[in-house]
Design a protein around this ligand. Structure first.
Ligand SMILES: *Cc1c(COP(=O)(O)O)cnc(C)c1O
Length: 397
């Protein structure tokens, strides 16, 4: 797989203003040097262990397996990113980029956030490292995500309301890029998924790859073999790339990404970028994107805020086009059902994003051999989604 200058086949690259290229070059060089610096690696390992709480557990979901495997004796394992500090995988990336920012002599961190989860993870690491932190967020999203805005402020971050355009994530991204160009001397921009211009898709993947690296070793120890399939939900695609990366060279391990079909593909209200999108440019790289006939970015929809994104990381576009990974889409309703199924069979309340991966399991198991082994990225815990779930189920929380 070619990663020449941040390209994944025809995808990736850098579609940004000329003024940003030096900043991206500086970041790329710093990241490549840090990755092979034993001191940096040891410090990152220490933070992952003692702050993030890694390695995350691998839980055999035996009751869930029985509920979805059609009597085939399939063993489904959950890679428990919900047990990380802050309750999801996003911290793996943020802690690494914060450490890199300090190494680069930066004192200020910026980020953009839609639902607020990446903003919270960024505000968390900024507090830990003593950085000044500003998070750009669409005015519409600030209104919708009051609790996460409050969390960020408690953690000491400034939340900047973006009033331009549709007042959502896409506009917040533009504002963050503008800030970065202006303040690049002292500022690092933390992108929260495997999206954005090179080197972000590669760097974020490498920081999230700890998920698959651990899962691979844990499965070899527990099962004595590699899994038949690895499954993860896909918003921007970072928890999925994190799980997949260690298995990409193992041709016998199927890779399955699960997107949000929202209210149903036919309604047009969905976030199934890889299933329904076209090749285009969003957030500085070439990938599949949800666009109209004129190439305008379409609004995405999903019950889960973290999957509600009209783009996807470029490496996923390449994994799809090259046939190495397959991508399916799950509706809001199916995800809600899966969240309840996991809760009742395993005693785990997962995030609505994660529930999309769970909902795909019956469909996957139909195609697998008896006694197959499956690993699912349990990307996050569900606390943040309880009022959304209650509302969707028509009950009071
Ligand atoms: C943000 C988020 C996602 C989606 O982001 P990816 O980059 O696709 O991983 C999935 N699950 C949880 C719990 C999240 O917070």
């Amino acid at each position: 797989m070619s990663e020449q200058a941040g390209h994944f086949g025809p995808f990736g690259g850098r579609y940004v203003a000329e003024t940003l290229i030096p900043a991206l070059d500086e970041l790329d060089a710093a990241w490549r040097a840090a990755q092979v610096d034993p001191e940096f690696v040891a410090e990152l390992d220490g933070l992952l262990t003692n702050y993030v709480n890694r390695p995350s557990r691998l839980t055999l979901a035996d009751q869930l397996s029985r509920a979805v495997d059609g009597g085939k004796g399939i063993r489904i394992y959950l890679k428990r990113e919900d047990l990380n500090h802050t309750g999801a995988h996003k911290i793996n990336n943020c802690i690494g980029q914060a450490l890199l920012a300090r190494r680069m002599g930066k004192r200020r961190i910026i980020a953009e956030t839609g639902a607020g989860q990446h903003g919270v993870a960024t505000a968390t690491v900024a507090a830990k490292f003593g950085f000044e932190c500003e998070v750009y967020m669409g005015a519409e999203d600030i209104e919708r995500q009051k609790l996460n805005v409050f969390r960020m402020r408690l953690l000491g971050a400034k939340v900047c309301s973006v009033e331009s355009g549709t007042r959502t994530l896409k506009d917040a991204m533009n504002e963050a890029l503008r800030d970065w160009v202006t303040h690049v001397r002292d500022t690092h921009y933390i992108i929260g998924s495997v999206a954005g211009p090179h080197p972000y898709p590669t760097m974020v993947r490498d920081l999230q790859a700890v998920i698959g690296k651990e899962a691979r070793a844990q499965l070899l120890e527990r099962e004595g073999r590699l899994p038949d399939a690895a499954v993860a939900c896909v918003g921007g695609g970072s928890n999925a790339m994190g799980l997949f990366h260690a298995f990409v060279p193992d041709a016998a391990v199927q890779l399955h990404g699960v997107e949000a079909a929202g209210e149903g593909i036919a309604t047009g209200r969905h976030a199934a970028t890889l299933s329904e999108g076209r090749i285009g440019v969003l957030h500085g790289s070439k990938s599949f994107v949800l666009t109209d006939d004129d190439g305008q970015i379409l609004p995405a929809h999903s019950i889960s805020a973290g999957l509600d994104y009209p783009g996807v990381g470029p490496e996923h576009s390449w994994l799809k086009q090259s046939g190495r990974a397959t991508y399916a889409a799950i509706t809001d309703k199916e995800a809600l059902g899966a969240l309840q199924l996991l809760a009742r069979t395993e005693g785990i309340l997962c995030a609505l994003e994660t529930a999309h991966a769970i909902a795909y399991l019956p469909r996957l198991c139909e195609t697998l051999r008896p006694e197959a082994v499956v690993v699912v990225a349990l990307s996050g815990r569900g606390d943040k989604d309880m009022s959304t779930v209650a509302q969707a189920l028509g009950v009071e929380s």
